[in-house]
Write a protein that binds this ligand. Structure first.
Ligand code: PLP
Length: 417
């Protein structure tokens, strides 16, 4: 048993749904991301169903994994998206997304991104500061449009997660300080080209407990009630994303418990509820396949040098994140403790430390839970073309992104005349 439902062993071979992962490596090479269609859809449906008839919108956070094939799953199921750039908006539209189900978050929206979103007719801008509201009002005015707005409020709640992915503390750059939000909401009525429609917060990522969500929700609801008393109606409450997944020992609450806790906090209020899950929808629906290039045994350490690296999967280098690493063909002959490292010229280029594995040159490994913040954070460091991406669906295999070529990678560069 792998512990990951979509990627499990049969006869000591690791499968993605009904496809042997070694077959994918043969056909498409390594490193290669592999996603399970069934796992993606099951994760979405669990969130969606948990609202049990309540007016809601599950807005997938595109930055977790922005492949068009993945974006294309949510719109036909009634889902929306949370975008953080003009580029993500373009992807969503290309994948057939409904602009009326797009929210636009982020601390540094540029006027051209605002124009694109206004032209598309998105559901809401999640505004993160007063000067942003000033610029949005001006841009909307120039286009003769009214921009629908939520203020993203920073509720000053400790998400108890890695400091780099905590966003709802007063010292973080995100959102409008809680104590200033009410004044800004009330003064926003003076902007002629924005219309307040919602209230938003997002406190961080990879949360494994419900308490911080419920605490943030409570503060936001207090603000909502004060605003409504003062004659400022709010149509929707956007409670952000951030629900964690199991990478190793964590036991995050299931999506249905998370949604139930939010719904129960909101109680009888009649606002539509938006959530913005990213990781919880795609994280455990993907793995990164990699092949052992060399084994190096030194007097101090055993290294397995694999063909995937920090440019393909940045999370270990960036957050010291743990990803389970499993052999594609299970073998218990000669178990040693390995450092699983990539070819990039950085000591921070590791995928796992101290893993007990039986390895030979040429073996395939699957780096688990790589569906979120894997490909979308990848880079070309060391002039490494980005990996291919494949989606399995039952026994079918679809290439959803070709492996990048060196030519594509240097295409925009110019030597001086
Ligand atoms: C990143 C992000 C999300 C998604 O976070 P996950 O932890 O992947 O669920 C949602 N909303 C906003 C504003 C974000 O920046």
């Amino acid at each position: 048993m792998s512990g990951f439902p979509a990627f499990d062993y049969r006869n000591a071979r690791l499968y993605g749904e009904s496809v042997q992962l070694d077959r994918i490596a043969e056909e498409f090479g390594t490193p290669c991301y592999v996603y399970s269609r069934a796992a993606l859809i099951a994760a979405y449906e669990e969130f969606d169903a948990a609202f049990a008839g309540r007016d809601h919108l599950v807005c997938y956070a595109v930055k977790a994994n922005s492949n068009l094939a993945i974006l294309n799953f949510f719109a036909p199921r009634g889902g929306g998206v949370d975008t953080v750039s003009g580029g993500e908006l373009l992807r969503v539209l290309k994948a057939g997304g409904d602009p009326q189900k797009v929210v636009f978050s982020g601390v540094g929206k540029q006027p051209d991104e605002m124009r694109a979103a206004l032209a598309a007719g998105i559901l809401c801008f999640n505004v993160e500061a007063e000067p942003e509201l000033v610029v949005l009002d001006r841009v909307a005015g120039e286009m003769n449009k009214i921009a629908p707005v939520s203020l993203r409020v920073n509720p000053d709640v400790d998400a108890k997660t890695h400091p780099y992915i905590s966003t709802g503390l007063k010292e973080n750059k995100f959102g409008i300080p809680f104590d200033e939000a009410e004044r800004l909401y009330l003064s926003s009525r003076e902007f002629a080209n924005v219309r307040i429609t919602g209230l938003d917060c997002h406190i961080g990522s990879q949360l494994t407990e419900l308490d911080p969500f419920v605490e943030a929700c409570g503060k936001i609801l207090g603000l909502l009630d004060r605003l409504e008393t003062q004659g400022l109606p709010i149509d929707h409450l956007d409670l952000g994303g951030g629900l964690g997944i199991r990478y190793a020992g964590e036991s995050p609450p299931p999506a249905r418990d998370y949604v139930a806790a939010l719904c129960s906090a909101v109680g009888q209020r009649n606002q539509r509820i938006l959530i913005e899950p990213g990781r919880a929808l795609v994280g455990n629906a993907g793995v990164l396949l990699t092949r052992v290039a060399y084994l190096k045994h030194t007097p101090y350490r055993n290294f397995a040098i694999v063909d995937a690296a920090m440019n393909d999967l940045m999370r270990p280098a960036l957050y010291d994140a743990y990803h389970e690493i499993l052999p594609v063909i299970a073998n218990r002959n000669d178990i040693k403790t390995y450092q699983i490292v990539g070819p990039v010229c950085e000591t921070g280029d590791f995928l796992g430390h101290d893993r007990k594995l039986s390895l030979a040159q040429g073996d395939l490994l699957a780096i688990m839970s790589a569906g979120a913040y894997g490909m979308s954070m990848s880079s070309n460091y060391n002039t490494r073309p980005r990996a291919a991406e494949v989606m399995v669906d039952g026994d079918r295999i679809h290439l959803i992104r070709e492996r990048e070529s060196i030519e594509q990678l240097i295409a925009g560069e110019k030597i001086l005349p």
